[in-house]
Design a protein around this ligand. Sequence first.
Ligand SMILES: [Fe+2]
Ligand SMILES: [Fe+2]
Length: 160
Amino acid sequence: MDIIEKLIADHQQVREQTFVAEKLASLIDSNAFFWDNATAVQRFFEKEVREHFAIEERVLFPVLRQVVSDWERTMLEKIESEHVQILKLLNELSDISKQHIRYPSKSTREFFVKVCAKILDILMPHARREDEELYPVINKRFTDAHYRQLEENLKLFKKS
Ligand SMILES: [Fe+2]
Ligand SMILES: [Fe+2]
């Protein structure tokens, strides 16, 4: 699987998280069951989403920026600003988990569900917009030279 295919497959995984988030809301009354599932969601956000954003920002977007039209550039900027917003919420979510370890309570669980929903509310349309509007630019405009640059950036990313 090449890197673009991997990033698109990641977007699909984001969609699957909504089921987990719905399940979380239904487990709100049980501290143990809730956190078993909450930890899985959080691990997904912490590992997969953070890495996905880093690959987009450091590997893909620098090459994309060379081929976008004006309105596509505006879209790319919006997409980048959403990364910032989502990363802030991910930090908030990780703080809530830490708080839970010290003070387990229903209000902590409710807060977790709320922030989780906020993240997905931004992340879902974000991934959809990338699939429908941003990523098609790759197919349309990338030449072999751009793909080679992508490979180079990926190598550097993996080394860092
Ligand atoms: Fe993104
Ligand atoms: Fe993405």
